[in-house]
Structures are given as C-alpha cells and as structure tokens.
Design a protein around this ligand. Structure first.
Ligand code: FUB
Length: 328
C-alpha cells in the first residue's frame, strides 16, 4: 500500500509542479480578458504590454478601452488600468481594437484604432461601420494618454491595427491594415501629431494574402514585417529597409482554432519574445455561443543563423522560466 502511494505521488509531483509554474496565458492578477498585445521595453528597463480589453462575452468585438501592464521578469505583472477609453474620444465610440505605442521626443505615444457605426454581418451593404487611427500622448508609459489632435490621423481610407516602428535614425513609420489598403506605410511628422507625405504601397515580392495586425522590428540590421496571415497564422517577410522591398519567408506560428491571432515581437534582457493571444475555454464566464475568450500569452522566439525565424509552438509554460534564464 505504502509502495502504491509513493509511486502515485512520484507521478503527481511533476504534474502539480507544471501547474504551479505554468504561466501561459500570462497572469495579470485578475480575470481581465486581454488581446492584441503590443510589447515595448522603455527607458526604465521594464517590459510594457499595451493590450485591447475584451468585455466578458462581448458582442462582435465591441470593445471600449485599452490597458497597460508592466513587468521586470515577465512573471509578475502590474495592471496599470485603462490607458484610454473611447468615452474620452470626440470622434469614436466603439471598436477599441489592437493598439501600439512608441517613445519619441521624450514623450510616450499611444496609437490606436477606434470607430463608429455598426457592422451588419448579414447585410454588409447596410453596414455603417467606420474605423480610423488616433494618437494620444503622455509623459508616462502608463498614461494618462491625451488625444491632443481630437480626431483621427485621417478619415479615409478606413484603417485599423496600427504598428509604429521608430528606426535608429528617429524616423517613425506607421503601418496599418485597411479596407483594400494593406501593405501600406506612411511616415509620421516629427511632432507625431500628423502623418507626413503620402501612403506608400510596399513591394511585397508578389505575395499579398489577406492579413491584419502588422508588426515591424529590426534585428542585426535586418527588418522584419510580421503579420497574422489570413488573420490567423503568423508569417513574415524580411527586407534591408523599413519600407521594403520585402521577401516572404513563411509561417512561424500555425493557427489555433478558426480564430484570429495578433502579436508583437521584442528583445528583452537578451531574449527574443513573442507576445500573442489565444482563444481559450473560459468556463467561469459561461459565454454562449462562444465559450472561448482571448487571453494574452508569450513564448520565446528563436532565429537561425541566416536570420530566419524558427517555428514557434504554443506552450503552457510560456516564458515562466524567464527569471531563471536572465540570472544565467
Ligand atoms: O481585437 C480586435 C481585432 O481582432 C484586432 O484589431 C485584430 O487584429 C484582431 O485581433
């Protein structure tokens, strides 16, 4: 009997310890539903995640505010609350979708999509939904962020999912997903309160699948344009310039369920990291008919010697060993 118990105990130890140390999705210390993480490491040496905020059992992505979380070890996170809400905007009242952030001129910028109207999925001709991109500023990475322009950066074309990339020379590039308007980039004015010049349609090497949620980063002199291809699997292009021409390099994270993904990639304390969201059963909420809700998760992302990205698998462990890794 004693022998039987100790054998079972032996098998249970790894099971329970994996539960204790599994921290994917990330533990933000509450039941908040988060999606569309935009990761940045700021001057204070901490990681900041700007996310969309799903409402419990929300209807058709009707989302109202954005949150920011910070951490120094990717395990212990502080929720700094809502950085901005559509209630503070004069020009939008809904669709607080995937945001991004930037630091320039000694200020923090929060760049976000928001909109008005209604999307009629049964009769698309009756849809009145419109979305545009706003930019708000603050002296602090956690806000409060203020929309000093009081309007979107432009009215047409319809656009969302902004990604701001600031190059080493200080130039700020804004990439968006738009209605018949993908693979476009535009430069920001120096004061970051307007766009400068015209949209530039980038050369994607002849491969332009349906996409949303672009993200641009630079590693070892090579620029990466990553995106949820078909809104689902994460794929990428590389280039020697932030405006292309780009070369398609393939998928680095497969899709999960018939559901969207949205991500960001950043280096922190010598490790390259992928932040993304997963649609997971969330029984506590008992949402019908969509039981799965979005939760922000993270994985390590690795590169081959030629700069190509190694396939990333979703894991329960995520980056929960980050504190140990950075001690080494
Ligand atoms: O969160 C709302 C929308 O879903 C985002 O803007 C898209 O990228 C997708 O994640």
């Amino acid at each position: 009997m004693k022998h039987w118990k100790s054998t079972v105990g032996l098998y249970l130890v790894p099971f329970f310890s994996s539960l204790c140390f599994s921290q994917n999705p990330l533990n933000f210390g509450s039941d908040i539903l988060t999606a569309d993480p935009s990761a940045h490491v700021w001057q204070d040496g901490k990681m900041y995640l700007y996310t969309s905020h799903d409402q419990n059992c929300q209807k058709d992505f009707w989302m109202k505010d954005w949150h920011v979380f910070s951490s120094a070890d990717l395990v212990n996170w502080t929720d700094h609350g809502a950085v901005l809400s559509v209630d503070e905007l004069k020009w939008a009242d809904n669709f607080a979708w995937a945001p991004d952030a930037a630091y320039k001129n000694g200020k923090y910028y929060f760049v976000f999509p928001a909109g008005t109207g209604y999307k009629d999925r049964k009769n698309p001709d009756k849809s009145t939904k419109w979305m545009g991109i706003g930019i708000a500023e603050s002296d602090s990475p956690t806000g409060p962020f203020v929309d000093k322009i009081g309007g979107p950066l432009w009215k047409e074309p319809y656009a969302n999912d902004p990604a701001m990339f600031i190059d080493d020379d200080g130039k700020a590039y804004l990439y968006v997903h738009g209605r018949d308007f993908d693979y476009r980039v535009i430069e920001m004015a120096d004061d970051m309160r307007a766009v400068k010049g015209d949209f530039y349609k980038m050369d994607m090497g002849g491969y332009e699948p349906k996409m949303e949620g672009p993200w641009v980063f630079k590693r070892k002199g090579l620029y990466y344009y990553t995106m949820p291809e078909n809104n689902r699997e994460l794929s990428y292009y590389t280039s020697k310039s932030p405006t292309g021409p780009w070369k398609y390099r393939g998928v680095f994270m497969e899709q999960e369920h018939e559901a969207n993904n949205h991500h960001s990639i950043v280096e922190y304390k010598g490790q390259w990291l992928l932040f993304y969201h997963r649609w997971l059963e969330t029984p506590k909420l008992a949402c019908k008919p969509n039981k799965r809700q979005r939760h922000v998760a993270a994985e390590y992302i690795n590169f081959n010697d030629d700069g190509t990205i190694k396939t990333v698998m979703r894991s329960n462990k995520g980056v929960s060993d980050f504190p140990e890794r950075i001690k080494k």
